[in-house]
Write a protein that binds this ligand. Sequence first.
Ligand SMILES: C[S@@+](CC[C@H](N)C(=O)[O-])C[C@H]1O[C@@H](n2cnc3c(N)ncnc32)[C@H](O)[C@@H]1O
Length: 206
Amino acid sequence: MSRLGDRRNRHDAFYQRAQKGGFAARAVFKLEQIDQKLHLLRKGARVLDLGCKPGSWLQYARKICGEAAPLVGLDRTSLEIEIPGARVLVGDVMSIAPGTLLGELDRFDVVLSDMAPDTSGIRSLDQARSEALFERALEISLATLAPGGSFVGKLFQGPDFQRLQKLLRDRFAEAKVVKPESSRKESLEIYLAGLRFRGAPASLSR
Ligand SMILES: C[S@@+](CC[C@H](N)C(=O)[O-])C[C@H]1O[C@@H](n2cnc3c(N)ncnc32)[C@H](O)[C@@H]1O
């Protein structure tokens, strides 16, 4: 995880910029670069952020979507910073019900996932775990997005890449692959986005 406290990140230019800007992690620039490319976030958008700790994506969403925008975050452990007005849940994405994430909301406009597994160093295992997290985030997006909404999920690129890309193409008008400049070159991570959600099949509605 790209935390500000990581020794590896201390002298990194993105780390320095995140710290100066008051953001919880350098990961903020990944979302900023994805958003500048795909125009996902707008004033008032209802946003779900899966794997939201330490909180920089929620901070960015609050800045772009404004004070009144409903923001919901989920992580396995609680945030150490406060995101004004955000509803932050502690739980596991694999077991939480989409309806619990929605709460009082009818739908989300944007579902984000920057979730990453605890890495083992065994490439095939880490890829499989990342694919499972991505697929679950996609499943949640299909059950909670408003028609026309967007999904972005992190993936360690592996053997299931084509299959996951096809799943996106089936449910969204457009599928995009983004490797933000701030994502380390040596990292296998990429972000897969689905734009303009076609609407939930009846079986996936909450
Ligand atoms: C790279 S960090 C996210 C950084 C965040 N986007 C930010 O900018 O602050 C990945 C997060 O995914 C969370 N995560 C991994 N597996 C999860 C799961 N099964 N359920 C919920 N969160 C999970 C981790 O706890 C971790 O905090």
